[in-house]
Design a protein around this ligand. Sequence first.
Ligand code: ZN
Length: 72
Amino acid sequence: MSFLLPCPNCGPRDVAEFTHGGQLGNGPHNLPEPQEERWFHRLGCRRWFVAVRDVRDNSVAHTRWLDEDSVG
Ligand SMILES: [Zn+2]
């Protein structure tokens, strides 16, 4: 699986540069709808952010820094 993930700092980069930090909140998993996920830009700015990703086609609707909003 490869797709572009838009880092809020660096712009769109290959997902291989990032570490997946799991879903936010306590909602059910693997639903076919957009979900909020933590991502760490391991090979870039080394910051955590949140991406709203549609798991059906890996399109990312929105990203924000993880510390901009409450978690969960
Ligand atoms: Zn970055």
